[in-house]
Design a protein around this ligand. Structure first.
Ligand code: SAH
Ligand code: AVI
Length: 315
């Protein structure tokens, strides 16, 4: 069944509102990071990937370039590639170039503009390759994918897995295994634990792009839900939580204030925060344990020379 575009927008708005209401009613306040990515949020994320402090994107791109031949050799020929949360086509193009006779490409991406642009760029780079961009939520995968023939190759780069708490991440990997079907493999990018100063700088850059990305959640609520967040009344905070092995992003209320949307009012104390994102960091043992909880086994594990970022091949 195809849902008409306008109805899809209404549905998306309703789900966004539901999550914001639940998140702002909780104690402590916390919202899911997937709502960062409307058109403005995706553009800000693209800017983040080019920041000197944000090492993950360039490190993973280089690692992918270095290891693409080995990945291709390990996964074999004629795979349908299914990417989760593509953002841009850059990493998929790099992987597809190395693969032996890829059979097709599909991305599941929550931002419809990014889903369309990724599919268009992959189609341009590989004329004749069957390509599909699906605007959808990869946390709501149902059963096995209809497109393409198994065995498929999942691609989940960028350390987006780190934006999920361990239980959710394990469930997501299990859902991907079902979605990809029998004989699947998964190429998983995961950022590694390192010194706190490097991590905190990557999430609190000197130009303030990450701050704008974080605040875009409130700007989006104003645009889409008619909320009245005063963006100057909230600050950006990124902090390394060593015990949980995660960077936390928060929006900090600069003063006591009340924010309204619809018929609802949400009170903030001065200094109270909304926990808007966690970015868990890993080591090999943590990735192996997480993969096992999702029903996968780590077959290969690669890092760059500085051990800043990792790519694993799960089977
Ligand atoms: N893979 C890219 C982009 C990472 S940013 C890279 O490695 O640079 C995370 C991407 O995942 C964004 O494009 C965002 O829109 C998408 N995304 C986040 N949560 C999602 C969800 N629940 N379902 C589908 N896409 C999601
Ligand atoms: C998409 N995700 C893996 C990014 C990260 O590093 O956690 C999102 C991001 N948040 C702030 N900067 C980048």
């Amino acid at each position: 069944m195809t849902i008409p575009a306008l109805l899809q927008l209404d549905l998306e708005r309703a789900l966004f509102e539901e999550d914001m209401v639940a998140g702002l009613s909780a104690s402590p306040k916390a919202t899911p990071p997937k709502w960062f990515y409307d058109a403005a949020g995706s553009a800000l994320f693209a800017e983040i990937t080019r920041l000197p402090e944000y090492y993950p994107t360039r490190t993973e791109m280089a690692l992918l370039q270095d290891r693409a031949g080995e990945i291709a050799g390990a996964v074999g020929a004629e795979r349908w590639v299914v990417e989760y949360g593509s953002g841009s086509a850059a990493k998929a193009v790099r992987l597809l170039k190395a693969l032996d006779a890829p059979a097709g490409y599909l991305c599941v991406e929550i931002d419809p503009g990014a889903a369309r642009a990724t599919a268009a760029e992959v189609a341009r780079a590989f004329p004749g390759l069957p390509v599909k961009g699906v605007a959808g939520d990869f946390t709501a995968l149902e059963g096995e994918l209809a497109a393409g023939v198994p065995p498929r190759l999942g691609f989940f780069p960028g350390s987006t897995i780190g934006n999920f708490a361990p239980d959710e991440a394990a469930r997501l990997l299990a859902d991907m295994r079902r979605h990809l079907g029998p004989g699947a493999r998964l190429v998983l990018g995961a950022d590694l634990i390192k010194d706190p100063a490097t991590l905190e700088a990557a999430y609190d850059d000197a130009q303030g792009v990450t701050a704008r990305f974080n605040l875009n959640l409130l700007a989006r609520a104003n645009r889409q839900l008619g909320a009245d967040f005063d963006l100057d009344a909230f600050g950006h905070r990124a902090v390394w939580n060593a015990e949980a092995a995660r960077i936390e992003m928060h929006l900090v209320s600069r003063r006591a204030q009340t924010v309204t949307f619809g018929s609802r009012a949400f009170a903030f104390a001065e200094g109270e925060t909304i926990h808007t994102e966690s970015s868990y960091k890993f080591d090999r043992a943590r990735i192996e344990a997480l993969a096992a909880r999702g029903g996968w086994r780590v077959e290969r594990f690669w890092t760059d020379a500085d051990e800043a970022f990792s790519i694993s091949l799960l089977g």
